[in-house]
Ligand binder design. Structure first.
Ligand SMILES: Cc1cc2nc3c(=O)[nH]c(=O)nc-3n(C[C@H](O)[C@H](O)[C@H](O)COP(=O)(O)OP(=O)(O)OC[C@H]3O[C@@H](n4cnc5c(N)ncnc54)[C@H](O)[C@@H]3O)c2cc1C
Length: 366
């Protein structure tokens, strides 16, 4: 009979894949259950921003450690996983953000003037307000990361839907899936939108807020710039205060979204789908005003779910019940390798890091 792996991971989004990869690093045996295609959920689409700036110094430190893990894995997996072109942030929050980054130490971030801003972000219209550059940030090569991790995990990733994860009462965990039933020493649930439902099965009520989101992709006019930074614009200078944007590999396309989301009912149905269309129109209008380097006709739409925790849009936490771990939060792409290592440590008996416990409210502005 085949030996059952020690750890079950539910979900092959970026968090589940990183957790499984980190478990393999530790020599643990693992099976990853994925009901669809790896990386098709909230981890879908090209490009995400890796930025160090957060409103919680603990999260800044966590992110700095995570940057090093991205580099280590990029070397091992033989591919660029984060672009070297940085992140520029605009707006009145810049001095505060720089202060928190300086206090954390070891993060190459600094103010930039209009001339350097134009060089780093040549797609942007004229802007003279407060701006900073996070040189250690960049665009995450999301598809490459998903593909390389999935490839490295090989047949540890199985196509199967998990129906329930529960303790057996004998120190093990049972996973019931569409195609079977198996026992593990422990399980880590990284199921994105599906995490709260599976947690409810063991009596945990996660305060996850599901919402819907849209991000648009635009073609860069003319020859793509050799270097282009990601953008976070909270300035209001171009009529919006919560804009994020990142280049695709090759810099010929640029994805732009408003950080605002549209609330949905508990069963996932929309109160008003028109709100999502309105967000889409605002993003297009923003591009016309702020990013003359882009053709303002979108070439791609990414409609997706977002699962935030109530204390911050960057908040994350891990709930634990009888040897089962449930990870939740938003803006987790950048955090996934570091979070994956923490989850792998917890699943192999090291205990969960204090900052990741729900009571710590990691990410809450402070
Ligand atoms: C448009 C957009 C822009 C974003 N921008 C950024 C950014 O710039 N920087 C950043 O860091 N983050 C960003 N994020 C957030 C980030 O992408 C997500 O936080 C991250 O991808 C979540 O990964 P995950 O693995 O937790 O979830 P998911 O990617 O959703 O993975 C969960 C997986 O679990 C599977 N699953 C669910 N239930 C079951 C089940 N019962 N059985 C088996 N499999 C199951 C699903 O099929 C899915 O593949 C953005 C998100 C969106 C949508």
């Amino acid at each position: 009979m085949d030996r059952i792996p020690e750890v079950a991971v539910v979900g092959a989004g970026i968090v589940g894949l990183c957790t499984a990869y980190a478990l393999v690093e530790r020599g643990a045996s693992v099976r990853v259950y994925e009901s669809g295609v790896p990386g098709h959920g909230q981890s879908g689409g090209q490009s995400r921003i890796f930025r160090h700036a957060h409103d919680d110094s603990r999260l800044v430190a966590f992110t700095r450690e995570g940057r090093a893990v991205w580099d280590e894995w990029a070397d091992r997996l033989g591919a660029e996983l984060v672009s070297p072109d940085g992140v520029v942030a605009l707006g009145g929050a810049v001095p505060d953000r720089l202060r928190i980054l300086r206090e954390a130490g070891g993060i190459p971030a600094r103010p930039v003037d209009g001339t350097e801003l134009r060089a780093r972000m040549p797609l942007l219209a004229d802007y003279q307000g407060p701006a900073m550059l996070d040189e250690g940030g960049g665009a995450i090569r999301t598809r490459t990361a998903i593909e390389r991790l999935t490839g490295a995990l090989g047949d540890r990733v199985v196509t199967d839907e998990v129906i329930s994860v529960h303790p057996t009462g004998q120190g093990t965990v049972e996973v019931l899936s569409a195609a079977g039933r198996a026992q593990y020493a422990t399980a880590v649930v990284c199921a994105g939108l599906g995490t709260a439902r599976l947690a409810r099965g063991v009596g945990l009520s996660l305060p996850v807020r599901p919402a819907a989101h849209v991000r648009l992709t635009f073609r860069v006019r003319g020859t793509p710039p050799e270097r282009v930074a990601c953008l976070q614009d909270s300035s209001g200078h171009f009529g919006e205060t919560g804009v994020y944007a990142a280049p695709y590999p090759g810099n010929d396309r640029y994805a732009v979204g408003l950080s605002q989301t549209v609330g949905v009912r508990e069963d996932g149905s929309f109160v008003d789908p028109g709100e999502l269309v309105a967000l889409n129109d605002r993003a297009r209008a923003y591009v016309s005003r702020a990013l003359p380097g882009l053709d303002p006709e979108p070439v791609e739409y990414l409609h997706c779910w977002v699962t935030s925790l109530p204390w911050s849009e960057d908040g994350m936490a891990v709930w634990e019940a009888e040897g089962i771990f449930f990870a939740a939060g938003h803006n987790l792409f950048k955090q996934a390798p570091r979070l994956g290592r923490a989850l792998a440590g917890a699943a192999t008996g090291e205990g969960l890091e204090e900052d990741l416990r729900p009571a710590a409210k990691l990410g809450r502005p402070r």
